[in-house]
Design a protein around this ligand. Structure first.
Ligand code: ATP
Ligand code: MG
Length: 398
């Protein structure tokens, strides 16, 4: 159904508040929309007086297009538009009927109001007359199906716009994800694991307009190929919103063993995280990323106490963004369900943390003590880190 819809009006909120930069934001959003719709057919995307329009120039699948558009950050809402191809009352009336059939799929049990705007004043009726005539026609046709008028708080506002040589009818707002278009806020490097939290964290930072790269620390043969596949799958789901994600796969096994052989086992996780961060920071610098991102949340596990986070932080100088820092596990779970990563995240897997984890890890690490332990790595781990970075494998997730 709804294949008669040939046009969408895109609503966006936040980018409208950026003053002169607004055009930059709008242009990037247009670009994102074009890129995302490319595989579905031929579309024209343009901006005009603080609005973005999408017009289908070829056949396309409506549901596919809506699925793609509702994953583009920056879009707050999407209105399917029916176009009247000439400015006569008959053409408007036909468009309104068609719009109702296409948009409400036979269910007309709601209240409505018509709201007309005449940008082109060359029309024999004024806005109020059009409101009343169209309202009258709609009632006549659908009153027996439950349609009613409510001028104060209508369920559905039927917007009629006369501009140029056309009339435009729209009524329904399909919610988008909001946020800012990716590419308007630089780039960041996300530490992406197979869990629930880091895909959500990656999504949340991307939603602020940040282009994402990701790094995964792999420990074969202690971790299986399936663990890596799972991370790739999660990154691919996030990329449906965030756009293509460059994933750096680091072979961490030798570093892990080096830590295991040289450091107290109750500090393994902390020291490992510090080296994760150092490698992520180097990858970030090499790839033009301004920050690193993790899925840590205060108190969730021993390595995420305030003390642990602070000791891990001090391994790097770049900013570390932890968007889920204040969220409960249940809240993160609900978020992951909403964006579609949850089912993949809970597939059974083991990662390097679960295998090398100590029974009684420190929960209040002291910087001095960690530094002392790390001194046992000096002269051993640096070359391993360089090698791991040199040999990093890169895959594009999209
Ligand atoms: P997640 O659900 O994201 O896996 P978690 O609750 O399992 O997080 P930890 O295992 O302590 O928590 O990891 C904390 C953060 O460190 C993760 O959110 C992720 O950003 C990063 N991280 C952990 N393991 C890896 C890994 N193997 N590769 C890349 N990043 C990792
Ligand atoms: Mg994890």
């Amino acid at each position: 159904m709804m294949n008669n819809i040939k046009m969408f009006l895109v609503r966006y909120a936040e980018i409208g508040t950026k003053g002169k930069n607004r055009y930059v934001f709008e242009d990037i959003l247009c670009k994102r929309i074009r890129r995302r719709l490319e595989p579905l057919g031929e579309f024209k995307v343009w901006r005009d007086f603080g609005r973005i329009y999408i017009e289908a120039l070829s056949d396309y699948d409506y549901d596919d297009a809506v699925a793609k558009l509702t994953k583009i950050f920056g879009i707050v809402g999407l209105c399917p538009v029916t176009v009247a191809d000439e400015l006569t009352y008959e053409a408007l009336q036909k468009a309104v009927y068609e719009h109702f059939e296409d948009t409400f799929d036979g269910d007309y049990n709601f209240t409505f109001k018509v709201h007309t705007r005449r940008i082109n004043k060359n029309f024999p009726m004024n806005s109020m007359e059009i409101d009343m005539e169209i309202g009258h026609d709609l009632l006549e046709k659908y009153e027996s199906d439950g349609l009613r008028v409510d001028v104060h708080k209508p369920d559905v506002m039927v917007e009629v716009e006369l501009r140029g040589e056309n009339g435009y009818v729209y009524s329904k707002i399909i919610p988008g994800p909001g946020g800012l278009p990716v590419g308007t806020n630089g780039k960041a490097m996300s530490l992406l694991s197979g869990g629930i939290d880091s895909p959500v964290a990656t999504y949340m930072i991307a939603k602020r307009g940040v282009e994402m790269e990701a790094v995964y620390f792999n420990s074969p043969p202690y971790t299986s190929a399936r663990a890596l596949e799972k991370v790739e799958k999660l990154g691919t789901i996030v990329s449906q919103y965030a756009g293509p994600i460059k994933l750096h796969i680091i072979n961490f096994t030798d570093i892990q063993l080096c830590i295991y052989d040289n450091c107290p086992h109750d500090q393994l996780t902390i020291i490992m995280k510090r080296i994760f961060f150092q490698i992520a920071e180097r990858l970030a610098e090499a790839n033009g990323c301004d920050a690193i991102v993790t899925g840590e949340s205060i108190g969730q596990v021993s390595s995420q106490t305030m003390q642990s986070l602070s000791v891990i932080d001090s391994a790097v100088t770049c900013p570390v963004y932890r968007p889920v820092i204040g969220m409960d596990k249940q809240e993160i779970v609900e978020y992951s369900q909403k964006i579609g990563t949850f089912e993949t995240s809970i597939e059974p897997y083991e990662d390097c943390c679960t295998i090398f984890v100590d029974k009684h890890p420190v929960t209040k690490p002291k910087m001095k003590s960690i530094e002392k332990s790390e001194s046992h790595l000096v002269g051993k781990v640096e070359a391993l880190i360089d090698k791991a970075i040199e040999e990093a494998e890169v895959v594009w997730l999209k």
